[in-house]
Design a binder for this molecule. Structure first.
Ligand code: L34
Length: 284
């Protein structure tokens, strides 16, 4: 039976670290501010955004909420981002994805000033991540690395297979694992022999958006399994891209859904906001 990686507990420890560091800045009169933009009324996005605002309150950041109807136009959103970019009191801008289909996500992400890009989605942030220079790291993949490190799971030299190649999970997770000296394979919907490739992984990271896509047949005995998927069934029960009950008997470590990677995304966002504030006030 695998050890269950407690993302909730680790995320709380990280938020406490951010809070402690932030208290010193607050005493000096510096208060961090995150602008949170939500377009439309997707229920899952509303939950995530609510959790982000709660985390801001916990660590002592101001959160400014911009909740807009799905009828908002792309131009209106770009105009709002421009205002937030130019507001010197704002340290971070978060536009919750997905956006309604009539809005071009790439265009919106490109409009966010890289110095306020606490999601790490701007091409400049992505470029810095790939090269390994300073920038904001994307929260979900950075949270995965943090979980592995805090559980003393060795990454260096391990075979890591990433299932999925999205811009917010698969691609950046692969880059960050590469930066930690893993040998990385990225797989996707066109990959042949997926089962064989996954079965070779010491660390398997799954972000495909298909409930219970990975069962024990894809998992090597003793592998570490990180589940980034999140699905809600008709009874409101959450589950991941991994069939947890099946895989837990074969893996050495496994993240649950809920309580695995999800809370880490929010903790890493708080870390990025702290970094942005520290940069603004000249503390780094
Ligand atoms: N811009 N859009 C932007 N940045 C992000 O970092 C995200 N992401 C993803 C979706 N869109 C985004 C999130 O915030 C996914 N995501 C996210 C954040 C938090 C949680 C899950 C996904 C989370 O809190 N999960 C809890 C369960 C919450 C529930 O009850 O639904 C968990 O324990 O997994």
């Amino acid at each position: 039976m695998a050890e269950i990686i407690d993302g909730k507990k680790i995320s709380e420890a990280i938020k406490d670290e951010v809070k402690a560091e932030n208290e010193i800045l607050l005493e000096k009169g510096f208060k961090g501010t995150l602008a949170v933009v939500l377009v439309g009324d997707d229920p899952a996005s509303s939950v995530y955004v609510k959790n982000k605002k709660k985390a801001c309150e916990y660590v002592g950041f101001e959160s400014l909420s911009y909740e807009k109807p799905s009828s908002m136009t792309e131009d209106e959103l770009l105009f709002l981002i421009d205002e937030l970019n130019n507001d010197e009191n704002i340290d971070g801008i978060l536009v919750q994805l997905p956006l309604p289909p009539h809005i071009d996500e790439d265009k919106v992400i490109a409009a966010i000033s890289p110095i306020k890009d606490v999601d790490g989605f701007h091409v400049q942030s992505v470029g810095a991540m790939v090269v390994g220079t300073d920038g904001f790291l994307p929260c979900t993949p950075a949270g995965i690395i943090e979980l592995l490190k805090r559980y003393d799971i060795k990454i260096d030299g391990k075979n890591c297979v990433v299932v999925g190649r999205s811009n917010i999970v698969g691609k950046p997770a692969a880059i960050l694992m590469l930066r930690e000296n893993a040998t990385v394979t990225i797989t996707h919907s066109h990959t042949k022999n997926l089962k064989d490739i996954c079965s070779d992984a010491d660390i398997l990271i799954v972000g495909v958006g298909k409930r219970h896509f990975i069962n024990s047949e894809y998992v090597k005995e003793g592998a570490v399994v990180i589940d980034v998927g999140i699905h809600r069934d008709e009874n409101n029960k959450l589950s991941g891209d991994v069939d947890f009950e099946d895989v837990k008997n074969k893996a050495s470590y496994i993240t649950p859904v809920p309580g695995g990677v999800g809370p880490m995304t929010i903790a890493m966002l708080m870390k990025n906001c702290l970094l942005s504030l520290k940069r603004r006030v000249g503390e780094v």
